[in-house]
Design a protein around this ligand. Structure first.
Ligand code: E4P
Length: 253
């Protein structure tokens, strides 16, 4: 499953990019508005940070077909990484139908039902952005079942553009687990949630235990070497002495 980070904050994009696990970035007008910078400028900054081959979604705000068409053409011309985001509306589908054959790649957003996903696939969208968090917020349990069904749908029907099901509006790690189980191709994840995915209490306990064991073993070696009068590593060597294993230290003694 590909990971996109769902943010327009450049520092968050930079941090997530450094981990080497990032496949793309999704922005939306609300996320851009929080940043207080011009839309195009921020999208181009994000493209520069993530580099070639990474998908960067930038959304149309026009609702009317003619205006959205012009806007989509403009946004697509900004950078080769761009996927133009259009909403699940008749005008949005018409824009995709018109421009996808000319090579513009689309992320169809604000999808909440299977028929909407089918329509977006048939129009030619590359990414089908299913919002799960906003459905969960309503106390409805159907969001993840929709993802399972949509993944099956793109497997069943051979859409020429090979659309990918993108799980959006993610609120926490459990939705990532469910997205993986559903076989979703992409999850777009807020930076804070992405960070949470690294953690497991047993990982923390394991690191602590390894460090303590290592320090104990090293202290024992140091005291043994000190007692034998050699002193080679009995002078306060740190367990973090670069490139020298416990075995190597033992040989010195
Ligand atoms: C997707 O591309 C959207 O930007 C995003 O996932 C929306 O999430 P929200 O429901 O947290 O606003």
């Amino acid at each position: 499953m590909k990971f996109f980070v769902d943010t327009a904050n450049l520092e968050e994009v930079k941090k997530a990019h450094k981990w080497g696990i990032l496949d793309g970035v999704t922005t939306n007008p609300s996320l851009i508005a929080k940043e207080g910078v011009p839309y195009k400028q921020r999208v181009l900054e994000i493209c520069d940070v993530v580099g070639p081959g990474k998908a960067v979604s930038a959304e149309c705000v026009e609702a009317d077909f003619d205006k959205m068409l012009a806007e989509a053409q403009d946004i697509a011309s900004w950078h080769e990484n761009i996927y133009v985001k259009v909403p699940m509306t008749p005008a949005g589908m018409e824009v995709i139908t018109r421009l996808a054959p000319k090579g513009v790649r689309f992320n169809c957003t604000l999808i909440f039902s299977l028929p909407q996903a089918l329509i977006a696939c048939k129009a030619g969208a590359s990414f089908i952005s299913f919002f799960v968090g906003r459905v969960d917020d309503m106390g409805s349990a159907e969001a993840m079942q929709n993802i399972v069904d949509a993944v099956n749908m793109v497997k069943t029907y051979d859409f020429p553009q090979k659309p990918e099901i993108l799980v959006a509006s993610i609120r926490g790690p459990l939705q990532i687990v469910e997205s993986i189980r559903a076989g979703a191709q992409i999850a777009t994840v807020p930076y804070k949630t992405l960070e949470m995915l690294f953690h497991h209490p047993l990982t923390d306990i394991g690191i602590q235990r390894f460090t303590e064991d290592y320090e104990k073993a090293l202290a024992a070696l140091n005291s043994k070497n000190g007692a034998s009068g050699n002193g080679a590593s009995g002078n306060g060597a740190s367990p973090k002495d670069a490139g020298q294993s416990i075995e190597e230290k033992a040989k010195v003694g």
